[in-house]
Design a protein around this ligand. Sequence first.
Ligand code: SF4
Ligand code: SF4
Length: 65
Amino acid sequence: MPRNIIQDKCTACGVCYKSCPVEAIVKTESKYSIIKEECVDCGTCKRICKEEAVEGKDPIHAEIK
Ligand code: SF4
Ligand code: SF4
């Protein structure tokens, strides 16, 4: 499942944008968004976002509640 940036939580720090290996994160009007078709679901953006603005389950833990 591709990642998604929750716009209300994103502070537009740009850290995820610089870290995405496939350049799937783009700057929008005031925040950042993930192009779902480009995202390879590596999980980097979710791990590094201090605001916990990136949602999407890690495949390994998806079934563990
Ligand atoms: S790292 Fe988090 S807060 Fe920073 S731009 Fe990305 S989604 Fe927004
Ligand atoms: S999960 Fe990986 S490929 Fe997808 S937007 Fe985040 S850093 Fe980029």
